[in-house]
Design a protein around this ligand. Structure first.
Ligand code: PLP
Length: 354
């Protein structure tokens, strides 16, 4: 508390990111990073960009990166917006496209940054409960609203929504912007990007933090009708003209261009997830069907909070959310095969001992 804070700062409830430990003796399965290194082509591009040109400002439009995204998704330049992590892209989206007189709708169990942005930008919102199986029911969103946002696959559940349901939602809400946050889409979901040309109210947000192994570079992007993109650009150019530095722009463009490497590491994560799911089920866990690079699990006989602490004592960190309906669940990032073996061995010992 400080007398120097503005009123809005007094009222904020900031997002608490997962722990980034200062030591590297931990098996880190808590923030959904990719366990594999970035594409060697991305590293090379970043290294190649560390030269005297850094004295100059970067391209304010990051056109080289936009080109790599339009090539990948067969879009036009004016259908793409890029920002400093998809968190920044989402923040601008809340301010530019979702702040209206009616409440914004999102699931009760969802990315916990959404209510934080509502607090920051003064948006009214209403949460819509997931059903008992933790699925989104699109008909529940058929009500007066100022916009709709949800992750697909959802976080932290990992459960995906089929494209037909997203299309239904878009048809039921033609005068609201529908934002699909596809942070985890490349691990088995079906992207809504092909619907962009049909639905001018659809904005799809993606990141290179997860499936392209570049969380440290901070690059995210949005794709949608040029009018939506223009709204985002207006906010960006009233906030920071150069959100992406030269290294990030070139590194991200190279990663987008290296489709073979990207496909390989996504497949490795998907295969490990399948194996991990079976091993967790064999230990008695209920594992929600995941299309993401994490699993959301609970055990009928062990409290999630105690399991998280016991894993931490074994140098393994996972994520536990103290939130209604999910406080007995753990969200565990799919690591390498070796990391997942270590996890299973530790859980086996913890469960036998208890
Ligand atoms: C659902 C969802 N959206 C967006 C993000 C933000 O990703 P980034 O800012 O790294 O692009 C995350 C990060 O964990 C996420 O879980």
């Amino acid at each position: 508390m400080s007398q120097f804070w503005s009123n809005i700062v007094h009222d904020l409830t900031p997002y608490i990111p997962g722990e980034q430990p200062k030591t590297n003796n931990l098996v880190k399965l808590n923030t959904n990073e990719n366990p594999y290194p970035p594409s060697p082509k991305a590293i090379k591009a970043i290294q190649g960009a560390t030269d005297e040109a850094l004295r100059l400002y970067p391209d304010p439009n990051s056109d080289i990166l936009k080109q790599s995204i339009t090539d990948y998704y067969h879009l036009e330049n004016n259908q793409v917006f890029v920002g400093n992590g998809s968190d920044e892209v989402l923040a601008h989206t809340f301010q530019a496209l979702l702040k209206h007189d009616k409440p914004l709708l999102f699931p009760d169990i969802s990315y916990s940054f959404y209510p934080v942005y509502c607090g920051l930008y003064g948006l009214d919102y209403k949460t819509i409960p997931l059903n008992a199986s933790f699925e989104i029911g699109v008909d529940d969103y058929h009500q007066d609203n100022g916009g709709i946002i949800f992750p697909n696959p959802n976080a932290p559940t990992g459960i995906g929504l089929p494209l037909e349901s997203i299309e239904n939602l878009l048809q039921q809400n033609p005068s609201s912007v529908v934002v699909v946050d596809e942070a985890y889409i490349d691990f088995g979901g079906t992207s809504a990007v092909p619907l962009i040309n049909t639905y001018p109210n659809l904005l799809v947000v993606q990141t290179i933090s997860k499936s392209r192994s570049l969380a440290g570079l901070r690059v995210g992007f949005a794709m949608g009708h040029p009018d939506l993109i223009q709204g985002l650009v207006r906010v960006k150019d009233s906030f920071n003209s150069y959100p992406l530095d030269r290294l990030a722009t070139l590194g991200a463009a190279a990663a987008m261009g290296d489709k073979a490497y990207f496909t390989d590491i996504c497949n490795r994560v998907i295969n490990t997830r399948a194996k991990l799911t079976l091993q967790l089920e064999a230990l008695g866990f209920e594992v929600l069907p995941s299309q993401a690079n994490f699993v959301f699990i609970q055990h009928p006989k062990h409290r999630a909070e105690n399991l998280a602490q016991a894993l931490r004592d074994n140098n393994i960190i996972v994520r536990h959310f103290k939130a209604p309906r999910i406080d007995n669940y753990l969200r565990i990032t799919v690591g390498t095969e070796t990391e997942c073996e270590q996890l299973i061995q530790a859980l086996n010992t913890i469960i036998i001992k208890a």
